[in-house]
Design a protein around this ligand. Structure first.
Ligand code: ATP
Ligand code: MG
Length: 362
């Protein structure tokens, strides 16, 4: 951590709308920092598919090193149709960061924003405010790219370790405790698994239950993943913090995004012990890139998560205040009628930045 009240952010805008939504977000961070008397220095770093096309490198080591040395990393989106590495794989520096910096907790908030259409007609759908935590380094992705395939059968490995499950569980309980303080609600952590069928998940439960004992003030529960898919449609407002295995989290977080307005409203963070990457859940959206209509809300909310994470790591109360003001400004702007193209409106990327910035300090 840098000196208190001042941080260095590595910015990796990437490709397509990634560059557009990060530009809009930086434009909002500037007045926000000024208002809260916090120092935010940004360093924009090259990486992504177009950088690969131009230079033969998708993620220069100098960009990785600078990102690693920064206090936090803000990322747009990377990848482009038709631009692939020599071995045929996609350019995905965000995955390099996840594995090289051991970012085990994929944090995906699912929250109904005032004025933004929700998928459910139920009157309580506006109360949806939960956080999925996708374990991001093992689980069913453990053998990713290395699965066994023969003429007659194929095999992939599900790997759950004590160490990662302990860290994931602890992260979930700390987050629930923090949310209980800031959102005035009782914290509750629900592990999502399939412990009735797989011994690996019964093991995961056992480790989770051990960690739960250290947090008596936070409720804890378990839910089978199939039942959770049902309940995320039936009563998502009942849930708070939901840690889960890698593949389950991958699927449920898209379901969660669909509940509350889609990808343009879904922030995310990939967090490890010492590093964290904050980025929108969406991709580079080649179909709308360059038109100035991308919705930057997911990135703005990711930046709010970044400020809150920095505050929790000791950057100072000003960062926590800035985080909640940014979130409130987004809510107020949409609550007052801001409408982006992805929800049928006409407000473009710059208009969102302007409307949100206008609510800061107001
Ligand atoms: P990836 O493989 O990187 O996940 P993808 O092809 O699955 O990317 P996105 O790039 O996220 O998906 O785009 C999916 C759809 O959602 C596209 O039609 C895109 O235009 C739309 N979309 C994604 N993000 C936004 C946004 N911020 N604002 C408006 N529309 C968006
Ligand atoms: Mg996708």
């Amino acid at each position: 951590m840098a000196q208190s009240n001042s941080v260095r952010i590595a910015v990796l805008p990437g490709d397509g709308i990634g560059t557009e939504v990060t530009e809009a977000t930086l434009a909002v961070l500037e007045p926000l920092a000024k208002r809260h008397g916090i120092g935010i220095t940004t360093e924009v770093l090259p990486a992504g598919a177009f950088h690969y096309q131009a230079t033969g490198e998708g993620f220069p080591e100098s960009s990785f090193k600078a990102a690693e040395a920064a206090d936090a990393i803000l990322l747009g989106a990377m990848g482009w149709p038709g631009i692939r590495q020599v071995d045929g794989t996609e350019i995905a520096p965000q995955l390099d960061l996840r594995f090289r910096l051991n970012l085990y907790a994929g944090v995906r908030p699912v929250r109904a924003i005032p004025g933004v259409p929700v998928a459910l007609a139920h009157p309580r759908a506006r109360d949806i405010d939960l956080v999925l935590i996708r374990e991001s380094t093992e689980g069913l992705f453990h053998s990713r790219g290395k699965g066994l395939v023969t003429e007659d059968h194929a095999e992939e490995t599900l790997r759950i370790t004590r160490k990662t499950t302990e860290k994931l569980s602890r992260f979930a309980f700390l987050l629930a405790r923090r949310r209980a303080q800031t959102r005035r609600r009782k914290g509750r952590v629900t592990l999502v698994d399939k412990a009735n069928v797989f011994r690996a998940f019964a093991f995961m439960r056992g480790v989770f239950d051990e960690v739960a004992k250290d947090f008596p003030e936070v409720d804890n529960a378990h839910h089978y993943v199939d039942a959770m898919a049902l309940d995320l449609i039936r009563k998502p407002w009942d849930f708070d913090v939901l840690p889960t295995e890698n593949m389950f989290g991958d699927i449920l977080s898209d379901l969660g995004a669909g509940l509350v307005g889609g990808m343009g409203f879904s922030p995310s963070a990939d967090i490890g012990d010492d590093h964290a990457v904050f980025q929108p859940a969406h991709g580079t959206a080649p179909d709308i890139a360059g038109q100035g209509i991308a919705n930057p809300t997911a990135t703005l909310l990711s930046a709010a998560m970044m400020l809150d994470w920095l505050a929790a790591r000791g950057a100072g109360q000003g960062f926590a205040d800035a985080a909640s003001e940014l979130e409130n400004a987004v809510d107020a702007a949409f609550g007052a009628g801001l409408r982006t193209a992805d929800i049928g409106g006409r407000d473009g990327t710059a208009a969102v930045a302007k409307a949100v910035a206008a609510r800061i300090g107001g």
